[in-house]
Design a protein around this ligand. Structure first.
Ligand SMILES: N[C@@H](CCC(=O)N[C@@H](CS)C(=O)NCC(=O)O)C(=O)O
Length: 224
């Protein structure tokens, strides 16, 4: 199998960590999304949406990080993707929640709107309003995550064992580091994220995040 990835990518890092944790035999090729390689002719043929990650398994090609994690976990028989229908549905539900509600508000609304030129508005006043709205919307979902999803006393999102939902979710939460989020109003999120960061392959899979964080340091960001 082969994974097209970039080390800074929010949606690639969870897959790279899963591959490392499970010891999967997956060749990895970096697509330089910072230099625009994703828009070149060669990669556009691979993914017309011009995004990493992309997984190839022989002639089978798969895009979308959530689908890739599920495929790798299913194919390798990983315990991190339970086979019981209800337990699996809970994992799928959690991944959908993060990929939609959480990423849209926290990721795009609060974080990217402050650090990615492509997500900023040209008008400064409008930009401030957009980020403030992003923060308010993100706080709604952070509270649900803290009080409900992680508020039952279990160490991981879907119970006593770590699942692929924790992998995907930690990628989205990790981008808070780019604007200096401390999540101090959300102790259950902090404890869960620390648990994720203490796992053996976190540092190696997320080196790109910390390099990116070096370059965003400085401005007085709106944060949580
Ligand atoms: N929904 C996609 C999103 C993938 C995505 O946003 N990838 C980013 C990197 S995190 C990318 O390739 N960006 C390139 C660009 O926007 O030009 C997934 O979950 O895989």
């Amino acid at each position: 199998m082969k994974l097209y990835q970039h080390p800074v990518s929010t949606t690639c890092r969870p897959i790279m960590m899963f591959i490392a944790d499970e010891g999967l035999d997956v060749e990895q090729q970096i697509i330089d999304i910072l230099a625009g390689e994703q828009y070149g002719e060669a990669f556009t043929k691979i993914n017309p949406s011009n995004f990493v990650p992309v997984l190839e398994d022989g002639d089978f090609r798969l895009v979308e990080s959530s689908a890739i994690l599920k495929y790798l976990a299913e194919k390798s028989g990983s315990a991190s993707y339970p086979t019981d229908p209800q337990a699996r549905a809970r994992v799928n539900e959690t991944m959908d929640w993060f990929n939609t509600n959480f990423y849209r508000t926290f990721g795009y609304g609060l974080v990217y709107s402050q650090i990615l030129e492509s997500c900023k508005l040209p008008d400064e006043a409008a930009q401030k309003l957009q980020t403030a709205a992003g923060k308010t919307q993100a706080e709604r979902f952070l509270k649900i995550l803290n009080d409900h999803m992680l508020g039952q006393g279990t160490p991981w999102l879907c119970g006593e064992t770590r699942t692929i939902a924790d992998y995907l979710a930690s990628g989205f939460v990790s981008i808070g580091e780019l604007i200096g989020c401390k999540f101090s109003a959300y102790p259950n999120i902090v404890a869960w994220y620390d648990r994720m960061k203490a796992t053996p392959n976190w540092q190696s899979a997320n080196g790109g995040l910390y390099q990116w964080a070096e370059s965003t340091r400085g401005p007085d960001y709106l944060t949580v």
